[in-house]
Ligand binder design. Structure first.
Ligand SMILES: Cc1cc2nc3c(=O)[nH]c(=O)nc-3n(C[C@H](O)[C@H](O)[C@H](O)COP(=O)(O)OP(=O)(O)OC[C@H]3O[C@@H](n4cnc5c(N)ncnc54)[C@H](O)[C@@H]3O)c2cc1C
Length: 477
């Protein structure tokens, strides 16, 4: 593909690869991110609960616990610097029976050990805070530092800022093999070979496959599927905090949470699957989500469900994050097994891995690092006067394309032309939320395709929902 030898090649453009790339871009290093799909945020980072966990849940002393607490503490400043949506709405863990109180007490102690602000509320105190909590709830753990984030916004912000600081993103390129050579590694891809001195493995559910290409000490990741129901904005105020149930063997139970976009999210289930691409939602799992969510919160308006989706947790057999240089593969660094709380931990993992890698190079920090990034213009959130001013500046801001989410043509054009601009319908959706509303792009798909084709020169019949193979049209009209 190229004769360049990068200092560092990051495999995977999810939230972890993007966080690491952004932190690496602080240093005098040549860095690329290799992503098999057409855009960043195309794997697990696009389909999760979007909670910035407070950090009471993971075992004290584990990598998960430490990185979660650090990442949570970093999220506020990061959201301000990179302008993505994040809100500290707090989280509740509900206890439904007196005999489970010792388990709630354990969680409370765990929270204290992990350094998290937690308290125990009575059932009545919880219902005062959240009137829709069921009468069966006897107590709850309250963690005010819990938050909600836009997972696309976070990942895209990190990636854009990395690109603005010189990181090269190579899309539609899958690493299929890794060879060692005298100066480092040669990554074999579907688009030719890429040479690099160091590798960072941030390949999500495929991080075991990538790791096992270079190491005799094998990893094994089980994709653990979680299904969700997303409800319309009309239901968004049904709860204000994130409402968990006491955790069990497979995780944190079914949650009910508002999203930063104002919707209500219910889920996820937890079912181990074989196929690393299997993200179908099933009737049985959705029924489970409905049944269990009703135990926590009453009168959920399920008829306002606008879509269902699922994501795959990268569950490693060791049940913790695998972070660091691989013992039998010098200059090869893992960020593997990053299941929940991976989104919350991403800022901390980014700094940790970048410091480790930069330390090996003895790399100096750049003087001209751009620490801030401008977020997307969101006209729907602006006042009438602000909107009028933007429309005067560019009349396309006055042409509404997505009626459900109130997204204008000008915003879609911006999403296409800025750093790492969108090249697919999903890419536009994740940047400016076109098609994310009640009609799920029923009305605005064809108009958005026309805009994407006009702005990029991609012929209409080649416009994809996401990667190649997801073309929207079967032939030229
Ligand atoms: C159901 C569910 C709920 C969750 N809820 C939360 C939550 O509320 N809070 C929280 O903190 N965390 C949560 N998580 C965890 C969080 O979503 C993940 O930890 C995080 O998104 C992992 O990011 P990643 O970058 O490691 O993986 P990914 O986002 O999957 O990125 C990996 C990337 O690598 C690419 N790739 C893979 N193989 C190759 C290859 N051979 N060549 C090139 N590219 C490749 C993929 O295409 C992908 O884009 C949840 C996860 C799930 C599934």
């Amino acid at each position: 593909m190229t004769d360049i030898r990068y200092d560092v090649a990051v495999i995977g453009g999810g939230v972890i690869g993007s966080a690491i790339a952004r932190e690496l871009s602080r240093y005098e290093l040549s860095v690329c991110v290799i992503e098999k799909e057409e855009d960043v945020c195309s794997g697990t980072s696009k389909a999760n609960s979007a909670i910035v966990h407070a950090g009471y849940d993971a075992k004290p002393g584990s990598k998960k616990a430490e990185r979660n607490v650090k990442g949570n503490a970093m999220m506020g400043d990061l959201a301000r610097d990179l302008e993505f949506e994040f809100k500290r709405n707090g989280s509740l863990v509900l206890c439904f029976a007196d005999e489970d109180m010792p388990k709630l007490g354990e969680l409370y102690q765990r929270g204290l050990k992990n350094g998290v602000e937690v308290s125990i509320l009575s059932g009545d105190e919880v219902r005062k805070m959240e009137p829709n909590i069921t009468k069966e709830v006897v107590a709850a753990l309250w963690a005010p530092t819990g938050g909600i984030v836009c997972p696309f916004g976070l990942t895209i912000a990190l990636a854009e800022n990395a690109a603005d600081n010189g990181v090269e993103f190579i899309f539609n390129t899958a690493v299929t093999d890794i060879k060692k050579d005298a100066e480092g590694y040669v990554l074999v891809t579907n688009n030719g070979e890429i040479k690099t001195k160091a590798v960072v493995n941030a390949a999500g559910v495929y991080a075991d496959t990538i790791h096992n290409m270079v190491s005799e000490k094998k990893l094994h990741i089980t994709p653990r599927k979680g299904d969700y129901c997303l409800l319309d904005k009309e239901a968004g105020g049904h709860v204000s905090a994130t409402v968990f149930q006491l955790p069990g063997k497979y995780g944190k139970g079914i949650l009910v949470t508002p999203t930063v976009h104002g919707n209500l999210l219910l889920g996820p289930t937890a079912v181990d699957v074989e196929d690393k691409e299997y993200t179908a939602t099933t009737a049985a799992e959705i029924a489970d989500v409905v049944k269990k969510s009703a135990v926590s919160v009453k009168d959920i308006p399920y008829r306002l469900t606008i879509t269902s989706f699922s994501g795959l947790r990268a569950h490693e057999d060791g049940d913790d994050f695998v972070i660091g240089e691989v013992a039998d593969a010098p200059m090869f660094f893992d960020a593997a097994g990053i299941e929940s709380p991976g989104l919350s931990s991403a800022p901390a993992i980014g700094v940790e891995v970048a410091e480790l890698v930069a330390g090996k190079f003895d790399a100096k920090k750049k003087e001209n690092f751009i620490a801030k990034r401008k977020g997307f213009v969101k006209l729907a959130e602006k006042s009438f006067e602000e909107r009028a001013a933007k429309i005067k500046e560019n009349p396309l801001y006055g042409v509404i394309v997505c009626r459900c989410m109130d997204v204008s043509e000008g915003e879609i054009v911006d999403a296409i032309h800025r750093t790492l601009g969108a090249r697919s319908l999903d890419g536009i959706k994740r940047r400016v939320h076109q098609g994310m509303g009640r009609c799920q792009a029923g009305f605005c798909t064809s108009k958005t395709m026309e805009i994407l084709s006009r702005e990029t020169g991609i012929p209409m019949e080649k416009i994809c929902k996401n990667s190649t193979g997801s073309e929207m049209l079967s032939r030229k009209m």
